[in-house]
Design a protein around this ligand. Structure first.
Ligand code: 5GP
Ligand code: MN
Length: 331
């Protein structure tokens, strides 16, 4: 990175810190269906606000996935309910949200004068905040939150370290994806020194499954298909499957890696029929294809190698349409 860009990053961080220091009361939000980085960066920001003696509320359209219950502040991660709309917040911190719409219904807590701090690492982020700390070279949003705490010279404890380590671990697929930079590993090492329990977290987040999850995997593997040239592989999960296997939508996480991991596959896809209609699509690419472009053209977004969108129509229809799009993109 150039010196000018680095200086610009430092300016952005300084602005974000000023935004936090100047306010008294904050709403911390992230994207709906929060993943490890969304949850961890929300709680890590909450931890910083707590250390500074600020008043804050952490709200998400969806609840905290049960597996993250060990994190500091997980009990204060509130699921949005319409009565929350009665209170408006002047200062909002959005973490890990690629675009404004991904915040979902929690936006009804924003007033006309709400100032937004947008902290994110998605290259497709549309800079919807008043202040935008969008570093596309960060592996996870927690990496940016950590840099902020460091710059603020807040003494890090095991609670904070566990949040940061969790976001790094989940967004890098266990320190395996191409976003695993030397800086990520240096930060992870510091978090271990500060008390994060690496092997326990890896076991909990990357290895342990529920029985429902394993039964769902069995169904999904049974249905695996690939294109004639073998470059696209996909599978799907229906609402009925979730009921049959006693699994939840959370249990579909990681399923998309099975089509992606097949030799010769360039793009792996998971289609999920959603309970409230529509089909959620997860796209993963191995080498050359930039799936964020495909996702963005269908109203979604993400990263070059991991992106997603929600389509409307029947499962069969959405699958056919998306596979055609991916085929065209690979030509
Ligand atoms: P996943 O497939 O695991 O849901 O998401 C992969 C990546 O794509 C994540 O970084 C996620 O934030 C992004 N993503 C998934 N769905 C959407 C979407 O509907 N809109 C946008 N902007 N990004 C998405
Ligand atoms: Mn993230």
């Amino acid at each position: 990175m150039s010196r000018a860009a680095l200086l610009d990053d430092q300016d952005r961080l300084a602005e974000a810190i000023r935004f936090i220091e100047e306010g008294d009361r904050f709403l911390v939000v992230s994207h709906l269906h929060p993943d490890g980085d969304a949850v961890s960066s929300t709680l890590a920001v909450g931890w910083i606000l707590h250390k500074l003696g600020k008043d804050f509320l952490m709200v998400n359209e969806d609840g905290l996935p049960a597996k993250f219950g060990y994190l500091w502040g997980s009990g204060q991660f509130i699921r949005f309910s319409p009565d929350l709309s009665a209170s408006t917040f002047n200062r909002v911190i959005a973490v890990d949200c690629a675009d404004f719409a991904r915040i979902g219904e929690v936006r009804s807590c924003f007033g006309p004068d709400t100032a937004l701090l947008n902290i994110d690492h998605h290259p497709t982020n549309d800079h919807f905040g008043r202040i935008n700390v969008v570093f596309a070279d960060a592996a996870a949003t927690v990496e940016i939150v950590h840099d902020m705490a460091e710059r603020m010279r807040i003494e890090i404890d095991a609670d904070f370290a566990t949040c940061i380590y969790t976001g790094l671990l989940t967004d890098t697929g266990g320190f395996r994806y191409s976003n695993t930079t030397p800086k990520v590993l240096r930060t992870a090492a510091q978090m271990l020194e500060a008390g994060a329990e690496g092997s326990r977290l890896a076991g909990l987040l990357l290895e342990r499954t529920t029985f429902g999850q394993t039964m769902l995997l069995r169904l999904a593997l049974n249905r695996m298909e690939r294109s004639r040239n073998g470059k696209i592989a996909w599978t799907y999960v229906t609402v009925q499957d979730l009921a049959d296997t006693n699994a939840t939508l959370e249990d579909t996480e990681g399923l998309v890696n099975y089509p992606r991991n097949i030799e010769g596959v360039e793009v792996g896809i998971l289609f999920k029929e959603m309970p409230d209609g529509g089909v959620k699509v997860s796209l993963r690419s191995n080498e050359s294809a930039d799936v964020s472009v495909i996702a963005k053209s269908m109203g979604g977004g993400g990263h070059a190698k991991a992106a997603g969108c929600t389509m409307s129509g029947s499962l069969k229809d959405c699958m056919e349409r998306m596979i055609r799009e991916v085929e065209a993109a690979l030509e």
